[in-house]
Design a protein around this ligand. Structure first.
Ligand code: SAM
Length: 294
């Protein structure tokens, strides 16, 4: 089977199967071998690696992964692509294609069954409409993952890397930076895809921290606080948090917690660092426990 990174080969496969792109699945297939090589280099795939590919499309990047990894599992939602993948990946014995929705798949179980629970590498040109739930799902459910090398919308990559006080800073920045170290690998223009997306794309690599960078007693509570703070960006942190049913503390107690953090009580959530959110969630956690005991 011919290498699909080359546009003519991709066109030939699409024509052979009369494939119709499905916009609802975020289908923009890569047609630039240099970009594919760059992703492989960044992901540092070796013959020891078990790789999960999300959304293989017609198998373009899957072919590159199969050439380098020990084993590849590729999860594709569009059943029209399954017979195409059987054709384009016929030369590889180290690949399994699953016709599933990645958001519904128990990835921890897959890793346990297929890789004895050892950390895997995730590599993908992601469907942009579900980038955030995919990333958050991988991190929050504690799937054993060593690194995630993904193509995302440029604006999302900017958000992953952003720091306090910038317009891009938000819940996604804090979640990504709590779990991993983000590194931008390359910006990729629309003409490297078929069909061309309406936005620029970026390859970003997230290497999971061995230990969280800040001590947090209750991760779920911290992310509840972070989400509540950014849900109403223009409000003060105190107002956002006392409107949150998940926290359930009166305004005076929230204000007292913010004062204990030694920041002005009028501060907005977007000004707090990850360290400060961690300390605040530990303070609020204690107050919630105390309230339960009373
Ligand atoms: N990897 C291919 C490439 O680089 O040419 C295709 C990338 S395309 C941006 C995204 C792929 O993800 C499509 O094949 C699409 O059908 C698939 N996809 C979309 N939503 C999905 C989901 N929920 N679960 C699994 N795959 C999905």
């Amino acid at each position: 089977m011919a290498a699909l990174g080359i546009p003519q080969n991709t066109i030939a496969v699409l024509q052979k199967y009369h494939f119709n792109f499905q916009k609802k699945f975020g289908q923009n297939f890569l047609i630039d071998p240099r970009v594919l090589e760059r992703i492989m280099e960044a992901a540092e795939i070796t013959g020891e690696d078990f790789v999960l590919e999300i959304g293989p499309g017609i198998g373009t990047m899957t072919q590159y992964l199969c050439e380098r990894a020990k084993e590849v599992v590729a999860v594709e939602i569009d059943r029209n692509l399954i017979p195409i993948l059987a054709d384009t990946l016929q030369d590889y014995k180290n690949v399994t294609v699953l016709n599933e929705d990645i958001l519904k798949l128990d990835i921890t179980r897959l890793v346990r069954e297929k890789n004895g629970g050892k950390p895997i590498k995730v590599v993908a040109n992601l469907p942009y409409y579900i980038t955030t739930p995919i990333i958050m799902g991988l991190f929050e459910s504690h799937v054993p993952v060593e690194s995630i090398t993904i193509m995302v919308q440029k604006e999302v990559a900017d958000r992953m890397q952003a720091g306090p006080g910038t317009k891009d800073y938000g819940a996604l920045s804090l979640a990504v930076q709590y779990y991993a170290k983000p590194e931008i690998i390359a910006n990729v223009p629309p003409n490297c895809f078929m069909p061309r997306p309406g936005v620029g794309s970026t390859v970003i690599r997230l290497v999971r921290h061995g230990m969280p960078p800040v001590p947090v007693e209750d991760e779920k509570l911290m992310f509840g606080i972070i989400r509540a703070s950014f849900n109403q960006r223009r409000k003060t942190l105190a107002n956002s948090l006392c409107n949150s049913p998940k926290i359930g503390l009166p305004k005076e107690v929230i204000q007292e917690s913010i004062e204990e953090l030694e920041v002005p009580v009028t501060v907005r959530g977007e000004a707090l660092t990850l360290d400060q959110f961690a300390v605040l969630s530990n303070i609020i956690g204690k107050k919630i426990d105390r309230q339960k005991q009373e």
